[in-house]
Design a binder for this molecule. Sequence first.
Ligand code: MG
Length: 244
Amino acid sequence: MNKHYHDLFIDLDDTLYDTYGNSMIALRKLFDERQWQKVMPSFDAFREAYYETNHEVWEKYAHGKIDRDTLIVERFRQPVTKMISQCGGDTSFISDAWCVAVSDRYGDIISREPGIVEGARDLLVDLKAKGYRMHICSNGFHEVQYRKLRSSGLEPFFTTVILSEDAGANKPRKAFFDYALEKTGAKREATLMIGDHYDTDIAGALHAGIDAILFNRWQIDVKALDPQPQYVVNHLSEIKSILP
Ligand SMILES: [Mg+2]
């Protein structure tokens, strides 16, 4: 494909910023700080329970099935309740306010972690030098996303930061992508979306008439995907040759 793209919409979490790696560090710090080893089976059990719930609530949030406040409360209420119950402990102190406080602290810890995905900086330097305009397109929360961009040193590469909270709609909704096009002044046919999540980033962009590169970080079976992205890469460095 010899199409020329001018604008790149790029997902932040787990496409550039190593959310998975950083969350592992942040959860460990939170676990130690709260001394949860006294009331939970183990850190590994907690981490597993957290990821399971976290994945579920973010999917629901992306599809508008729950709101932001519910996500913030539930992502800790469910795993913490489960873990403490397993040890026969008292869970009556777990209120909404308590969950919000834990969630805020977690957001505070993770957003200070600088870890980025392998090849992310090198790719951004390359694309910037080639003259592409780059925009963050993320469903993440305002205060956390801006801090992540700063602590990872990625902020200067971007012309615009589009967050679903500003767009009034989450990826994969077309309204999100329409808002991003309008806000950046990018042309739909000259824009390319890059992201690690097929459903929100890739299918969302394709349905909005925007071409897409799936960064197949989680090694999903791409043959089964419908619609098919224009490009699939396994490492960020491969994008340099797709975009001359
Ligand atoms: Mg992502």
